[in-house]
Design a protein around this ligand. Structure first.
Ligand code: DC
Length: 230
């Protein structure tokens, strides 16, 4: 069987990765690997079990008790469907702390690489999305996309998502502030897992500030065509 390949999509929070990656996966009959869900599941586990998230050792020790599974874009923590729960605001604000622990990243990256290898060996196109999928998880990915947008636009999208889920008790200004703080943590935290200079890492950069979802997907498909993968 012919091997599949990896499309790695990275970028800051609420840049649109979570919207375009599943659509792209369905268009290409590929497999959507949402890496952020894993960090979110670990965070949720810590919150449920009152594990102090500022205590790196306690968080890393808990990893052995955490089983994360995916099926059809639904996410399971130790067997429970937590798809909706992991997108709530308490997880948004706590997850960067957990994602900044080397032991956590190491475990998550190994699992992501295992899934990527298994799927591509079976001929699938894997659409991985996160912060470091093109740099650390799949440095040999055939396609590397850096999806970004102005913070104000990303905060507006995030607020809309929360409103749609009936979860909003925040103002635009608060969400904008949270978005900017998360950018700082993602790029300049201890481990700096989202690069701030994507051009140096072989990414095709797509700014979707003024793009519709369809235009963003078309821009990604254009990169695939350019690389003769379509
Ligand atoms: O994509 P997201 O916003 O759902 O990701 C949640 C958090 O997980 C984000 O704040 C940073 C972390 N993350 C990461 O460290 N590495 C990834 N590959 C994906 C997400």
């Amino acid at each position: 069987m012919k091997n599949g390949f990896i499309i790695a999509i990275d970028g800051p929070a609420a840049a649109g990765k979570g919207t375009v990656a599943p659509v792209l996966a369905s268009k290409l009959h590929g497999y959507h690997l949402y890496t952020g869900s894993m960090y979110r599941c670990v965070t949720l586990y810590c919150l449920i079990h009152a594990i102090d998230i500022t205590d790196e050792k306690k968080v890393v020790d808990a990893l052995g008790d955490i089983a994360i599974a995916f099926k059809d874009d639904r996410y399971f923590l130790n067997g429970d469907d937590v798809t909706k729960r992991i997108r709530e605001r308490d997880i948004d604000t706590a997850v960067s702390t957990i994602a900044d622990y080397q032991g956590v990243r190491h475990a998550m990256i190994s699992q992501q690489q295992y899934i990527g290898k298994e799927k591509t060996q079976n001929g699938a196109i894997v659409i991985a999305e996160g912060r470091d999928t093109a740099t650390k998880v799949f440095p040999d990915a055939e396609v590397k996309i850096y999806l970004t947008a102005k913070p104000e636009v990303r905060a507006k999208r995030r607020l809309k998502q929360l409103q749609e889920r009936g979860l909003v008790n925040a103002t635009f200004e608060e969400i904008l502030k949270e978005t900017i703080v998360r950018d700082e943590q993602d790029m300049y935290g201890n481990l700096g897992y989202l690069v701030s200079d994507p051009a140096k890492y072989g990414y095709d950069i797509i700014d979707d500030t003024d793009k519709t979802e369809e235009q963003t997907i078309d821009a990604i498909l254009a990169v695939l065509k350019k690389k003769k993968l379509l």
